[in-house]
Design a protein around this ligand. Structure first.
Ligand SMILES: Cc1ncc(COP(=O)(O)O)c(C=O)c1O
Length: 358
């Protein structure tokens, strides 16, 4: 029995997150051979090369490499707000839901939530929050809105891509009201892959953009915050203050550079696998999913009459690892380590798991 369990673990198809990706042999070689220096003293040539390449891809003046996407987002907030300021963001934004309340603790920010399907909110709702109130309701009663944050692609929104026109409509409002606009672009690469709109075209609307190398791109560590030279000077200050000064970081930056060059062009494979998986799921009983809603590498589906916790436990025992999301929701994420044949294996394991549970 123990041996059987060990075999299942070895063959486990891990669909919890694209952060479960592992560096390839070529990436490990690039990392082992990286030239390094002390990044806190600005001496690491590989970190510098990564920052230059990322800024160039996003069409901005400068970039700062930090350990995590949470840190890039939080540095962006700290750079462009003061304690007591209000930020506008979607009610299911990663910045709010999954960053350990960091914006309240590190920046003293009050979040104000915007509604919207699949993480996408309306420029009219932003406008309504930024327009000064009537003179009988003086504005000092609530903190000033200093920043608006978008997420593209949207994680809880099932990898949904923000339409460029909607982003531009929000940017028009924030520019008019002189309010900062930040993009949590942890998976911006996927939006570009899905639409053909370049990262730079998306980035043009924003003051700051966070991009991650450690998700679908498959590097082990790291994210960049991108923006103007002036803002990135402030970003370096808060990177250090938040404990992000990471010395010979060139070793991991080399993994990120390798991922940009070799993995970024391959992301469509992960989208194709996600879509095929969703189409297979749609054929199964007790699963609700619209495969057409799968635009990138994230698949979210609902169960009917089965508890999501029981379902993911059963599938895990049989060799497919997924994340429950609430009582009846499940999240699955594809990345380059997952082969096309594993899509079929995962679907047949899910079918067996459903049979076992009814
Ligand atoms: C949309 C989004 N933003 C930010 C992050 C945070 O990245 P990290 O895990 O590197 O802190 C994640 C992590 O999955 C994410 O999905």
């Amino acid at each position: 029995m123990k041996a059987l369990q060990a075999q299942v673990m070895e063959r486990m198809i891990d669909l919890r997150s694209d952060t479960c990706s592992r560096p390839t042999a070529e990436m490990r070689t690039a990392m082992a051979e990286a030239e390094v220096g002390d990044d806190v003293y600005g001496d690491d040539p590989t970190v510098k090369a990564l920052e230059v390449r990322t800024a160039e891809l996003l069409g901005k003046e400068d970039a700062v490499y930090v350990p995590t996407g949470t840190m890039t987002n939080q540095v962006a907030l700290r750079c462009q707000t003061e304690p007591g300021d209000v930020i506008l963001l979607h009610e299911q934004a990663h910045i709010h839901e999954t960053e350990g309340a960091a914006s309240s603790v590190l920046s003293g920010i009050l979040p104000k939530f915007l509604p919207g399907s699949r993480g996408i909110f309306a420029s009219g709702d932003v406008e309504a929050c930024l327009t000064p109130g009537h003179r009988f309701a003086p504005s000092p009663m609530s903190g000033p809105v200093r920043m608006v944050c978008l997420e593209n692609t949207h994680n809880v929104g099932g990898g949904a891509v923000w339409p460029l026109e909607d982003i531009q409509a929000v940017a028009q409002v924030t520019r008019f009201h002189e309010t900062a606009l930040h993009l949590d672009g942890a998976r911006l690469w996927h939006a570009t892959t899905a639409t053909g709109i370049t990262e730079a075209e998306y980035a043009a609307s924003f003051d700051t953009i966070s991009v991650c190398f450690s998700k679908g791109l498959g590097a082990p560590v790291g994210s960049c915050l991108v923006g103007s030279k002036e803002l990135m000077v402030r970003a370096r200050r808060f990177k250090q203050q938040f404990g992000g000064g990471f010395r010979q970081a060139g070793i991991i930056a080399a993994g990120a550079l390798h991922a940009l060059e070799h993995h970024r062009p391959r992301l469509q494979e992960t989208h194709d696998n996600a879509r095929r998986f969703a189409e297979g799921l749609a054929q199964l009983p007790q699963i609700e999913i619209d495969p057409a809603s799968v635009e990138t590498n994230i698949v979210r589906f609902q169960l009917t009459g089965i508890d999501a916790g029981d379902f993911v436990e059963e599938a895990y025992r049989r060799g497919v690892h997924m994340l429950p999301s609430g009582r009846d929701g499940v999240r699955v994420v594809f990345y380059l380590d997952i082969q096309a044949r594993q899509v079929d294996e995962a679907l047949s394991t899910i079918k067996e798991s459903l049979k076992a549970l009814v």
